[in-house]
Design a protein around this ligand. Structure first.
Ligand SMILES: Cc1ncc(C[n+]2csc(CCOP(=O)(O)OP(=O)(O)O)c2C)c(N)n1
Length: 564
């Protein structure tokens, strides 16, 4: 393998490689010492045309002229301090003329800023108002995680500069000394480029055909996180799930009810991982929707890094949750999946597409059916409630164990399921449910823990509390999740500082705020209370479900075959 002498700083070589990967041909550099690893990296590749200009102000305008006339993005490289500020006039011009310039500026590591070390100013974000976006790179990235971050940041920066309304971006590179070390570098060193299908309403038919041809005969896993209900997506998922080489895994919050899709409950994924199952490893993963709830599903996808991962949805930035992203499809799931499903189904009908990957997943799902739970516990209660409420009701779930208990069940018969999983806070579940209940005519059922209810107690006093609101409070005397999670379960601080032991006067609160109050301490009372909750139409309802946190934790531990 040919070896070349180049900067020993991997991140700087990756910056140069990312420029080449995204079609930058020209780099205008300015002299300095802090930027030597960057100068070396761009100069020694051999595929970048490098122009040296002393004055950074002029360098940036020269780059602007090149980019404007060539129609291609042009990069800049300068040293730290005022050098960077001199890029400002040309970047401002580029910003308003929509010209893609990639300004790469060398800097010191954060700990040396404002320490009277020479040639340092506060560089990160200093050009924020005149670039599309600012990025920070650790020029000394060594660990795999640091390097993944560098790769993702570079992809993000390049895509921002060249997509949509084009424009300049700023990449600030913090570099520790020694700066100009050389090393023997494999000339075949690669850059993981994330490609993009740019924003549009519908996936164009020709691209759909091209994509389908790439998926033909491959093991394709579609994974759906939280998403609003969509009839179009549901139909497309049913079509995809009927193909021999495609498995569709959906979490309950995806609102995907399409026939054939598999419920990606955390317990199921946890057991699968424990048992190996090489036949389930995907070659291509296609994701839609937001953050996944199941840690086991995330682990599965991170460990079995697919050759390709496409994420479908309109996002401002590159989301590389499994550290394997290869394609950003900036089209809504509604606009993307029906066209893709159509194209791949066509190839299946013509005999071009085949496989047994879908069958492998269905066999695994059958082998790991959720064990029966007959003992009184929060898990049992949630399952019974979900089985017995009308399917037309909307479900709201709070964080803690509520969402996890619910997602272990098949939620496909429910009209709509939501949870604040964008950031997973426990602070506003009740208020969100009040708001949601206000704007729909069907009843809304919130299932929440007692601590989450306590946190958001102000919501109970909302002036326009709709009578269609039902709240089930899983009262286990505090944050039960912490008795089950590995990182907290055995700690001496658990009762005092972590699970917030509490004794919520729910009955008094419910009555004070005009709720119909119900209580269940066993399965017989629960059956009765669920009936009452369904029958009550004049007042909002609070149903207190009393369980023992230790019993709940023991049950989950046995369902998981161990603590998680
Ligand atoms: C605003 C906010 N603060 C803290 C947390 C951390 N946290 C996650 S779950 C949880 C406990 C939730 O307790 P509870 O609502 O009683 O549910 P349970 O654990 O019993 O299922 C806490 C404090 C959070 N997610 N959001």
């Amino acid at each position: 393998m040919p070896i070349i002498r180049n900067s020993d700083k991997w991140a700087c070589r990756q910056i140069a490689a990312s420029l080449a990967a995204f079609g930058v041909c020209r780099v205008v550099t300015s002299p300095g010492s802090r930027n030597v690893p960057l100068l070396m990296a761009v100069a020694r590749r051999g595929d970048l045309e490098v122009h040296s200009v002393i004055d950074e102000r002029s360098a940036a305008f020269i780059a602007l002229g090149m980019a404007s006339l060539s129609g291609e993005p042009v990069a800049l490289v300068c040293t730290s301090g005022t050098a960077m500020l001199n890029y400002a006039p040309a970047l401002a011009e580029a910003y308003y003329r929509h010209i893609p310039l990639i300004a790469v500026t060398a800097d010191r590591p954060a700990e040396w800023i404002d320490q009277d070390d020479s040639q340092t100013i506060r560089q990160p974000k200093a050009l924020d108002n005149i670039v599309k976006c600012s990025y920070a790179i650790n020029g000394d990235a060594e660990t795999a995680t640091d390097r993944w971050f560098v790769n993702r940041t570079l992809n993000d920066a390049m895509l921002t500069a060249i997509c949509g309304r084009k424009g300049p971006v700023h990449i600030n590179v913090a570099l520790a000394t020694p700066l100009s070390q050389e090393d023997d570098i494999d000339s075949a060193e690669t850059f993981r480029k994330i490609s993009i299908t740019e924003r549009q309403d519908l996936l164009p038919t020709d691209i759909a055909r091209e994509m389908a041809a790439g998926l033909c005969g491959k093991k394709v896993l579609v994974v759906a996180g939280f998403n609003p209900p969509s009839a179009r997506v549901n139909r497309a998922m049913a079509q995809l799930a009927a193909l021999p080489n495609v498995a569709v895994l959906s979490e309950g919050l995806s609102n995907i009810h399409g026939k054939g899709s598999l419920r990606a409950s955390d317990i199921f994924m946890h057991k699968l991982i424990g048992a190996g199952h090489d036949e389930l490893w995907p070659e291509i993963v296609i994701t839609l929707g937001g953050a996944l709830v199941s840690p086991a599903l995330k682990t599965f996808l991170r460990e079995k890094r697919p050759q390709e991962h496409w994420h479908v949805g309109i996002n401002e930035a590159t989301i590389d949750c499994f550290m394997a992203l290869t394609r950003r499809v900036e089209i809504s799931p509604d606009g993307f999946f029906p066209r893709l499903a159509g194209a791949l189904s066509h190839l299946t009908r013509t005999g071009a597409n085949h496989g047994s990957y879908a069958a492998a997943w269905h066999n695994a799902a059958m082998a790991y059916e959720l064990p029966k739970v007959n003992k009184w516990s929060a898990f049992f209660a949630v399952r019974e409630i979900l089985r017995n409420i009308p399917s037309a009701w909307n479900l709201q779930l709070s964080n803690g164990m509520s969402v996890r208990y619910a997602l272990a069940n098949d939620l496909s018969r429910h009209h709509r399921v939501d949870c604040n999983r964008g950031v997973s806070g426990i602070d506003g579940s009740v208020s969100t449910a009040v708001g949601a209940a206000n704007v729909v005519s069907v009843p809304t059922l919130l299932i929440t823990g007692d601590m989450s209810l306590q946190y958001d107690i102000a919501a109970l006093s909302a002036a326009d509390l709709p009578s269609r609101l039902k709240i089930v409070v899983l009262n286990n005397g505090g944050g039960g999740i912490f008795k089950f999670v590995k990182t907290t379960a055995g700690l001496p601080e658990l009762p005092t500082l972590i699970n917030g032991q509490m004794n919520l006067p729910l009955e008094q609160l419910a009555r004070a705020y005009g709720f119909h109050y119900l209580r269940a301490c066993d399965s017989v009372q629960l059956r009765e209370a669920v009936r009452d909750m369904i029958d009550e139409t004049d007042r909002p309802v609070i149903m207190e479900v009393v369980t023992d946190a230790d019993v709940n934790a023991a049950e989950m531990t046995s369902l998981y075959n161990g603590i998680f």
